[in-house]
Design a protein around this ligand. Structure first.
Ligand SMILES: [Zn+2]
Ligand SMILES: [Zn+2]
Length: 375
């Protein structure tokens, strides 16, 4: 027998693991999945992820559901009796709840199958380096029969009460990219600047130039953000710094604009290399494609949610946050939606504490939506 969903959520909450290191998480999920009647199930592992197919009773299509499974490098600061047992790691983005709801949905579909096939994807590494793109590509090449015809997912939203869902047709989340720039020059004595290559000056100059990209190279009708949140350089007050590093993030609403911003960053870095006689290495870290809901499916979903007696449905604004679910939506029509969990602390906060009653609300809500989709 699969454990109760509340137990599952609390168990998973205690074992957060980072991207592609979800070893215990994967084993735990497999144990729960294998505790179900297996007749209709196909279970395939991919790295630390799992793909489960539930055979429909009269399948004409395959409906996909995706959950992410990774935690964050954050030290939990709650007093919960089931707080993280993994020092320095926490399910601070609610992926423990995402997994629990996916298992709950799976159990419902096994107990009472719908007509269509359902494929549930337990995807590693959403927070980085990104599991959606490689698992999508693996499915296409190795298991094309498991690629869904449409796909859905949710993310917890601390700011809404339980029973609220929110989404919108079209663009929901931005294109995002991390940005790490290493500048390598030559350290030297403070009194002999001509013999050194000062990377503090180079980094400071570059930082200011980068700030002109959004204001001078991007169409003002086209929202974009380039933030350098961290900058460091040097070792001691009287030594010229030989190395510096800028760390930041890029967000754009348009996929094309992301390319323009990156091209400009590269131009400014090349120019800085020439001007300051140094080497610059750019690393974009985790780079995520925009999350664009399918218009028709999002409207269908909102119509369903609005007539559901226990649900408040909101058409929300697009946000400059990122989600690697965008890689699924790039090729498969689908929808991701926010679900209220009523926590005073936001996503990625060390005190995030979602209201667990969301589980009992959400699982039957999604189940009944899948029944409508499969009518
Ligand atoms: Zn997150
Ligand atoms: Zn998340």
């Amino acid at each position: 027998m699969m454990k109760s969903l509340l137990e599952i959520r609390r168990d998973l909450h205690q074992i957060p693991e980072l991207g592609f290191k979800e070893i215990k998480t994967q084993a735990y999920l497999l144990e729960q999945i294998k505790a179900l009647p297996q007749e209709r199930l196909t279970i395939i592992e991919w790295k630390t992820g799992i793909v489960v197919k539930v055979e429909g009773t009269l399948p004409r299509k395959t409906i996909g559901w995706r959950t992410d499974i990774d935690g964050l490098p954050i030290t939990e600061a709650t007093d919960l009796p089931f707080k993280s047992q993994h020092e320095g790691k926490m399910h601070a983005c609610g992926h423990d709840l995402h997994m629990t709801v996916a298992l709950g949905l799976l159990r419902k579909l096994v107990d009472n199958p719908i007509k269509d096939n359902v494929v549930i994807i337990f995807q590693p590494a959403e927070e980085g380096p990104g599991g959606a793109l490689p698992i999508r590509e693996w499915l296409k090449t190795e298991h094309p029969e498991l690629v869904p015809n449409q796909i859905y997912a949710f993310h917890i939203a601390p700011e809404y009460p339980v029973g609220t869902v929110a989404t919108r047709p079209g663009l929901l989340f931005a294109n995002t990219s991390e940005l790490f720039i290493d500048l390598v020059g030559k350290e030297g004595h403070a009194a002999f600047p001509h013999q050194a290559k000062d990377m503090s000056i180079a980094a400071a100059t570059l930082l200011l130039q980068l700030q002109t990209i959004v204001s001078r190279s991007v169409n003002p009708m086209d929202p974009a953000v380039l933030t350098i949140g961290k900058m460091y350089s040097g070792t001691v007050q009287n030594i010229i710094s030989g190395e510096a590093r800028l760390e930041g993030t890029i967000r754009t609403m348009d996929a094309e604009t992301m390319l323009i911003v990156k091209e400009k960053i590269e131009s400014f870095c090349r120019a800085t290399e020439i001007a300051f006689d140094c080497d610059i290495i750019i690393d974009y870290g985790s780079s995520y494609y925009q999350v664009k809901n399918n218009d028709m499916l999002a409207n269908e979903f909102l119509t369903f949610a609005k007539q559901d007696a226990s649900t408040t449905a909101i058409v929300c604004d697009a946000a400059m946050t990122g989600e690697d679910f965008g890689y699924f939506l790039q090729e498969i029509p689908g929808v991701i939606f926010w679900v209220g969990v009523d926590s005073p602390f936001g996503l990625h906060h060390a005190k995030l504490n979602p209201n667990e009653t969301v589980i009992d609300y959400l699982v039957p809500f999604i189940e009944s939506y899948f029944r409508v989709l499969s009518k």
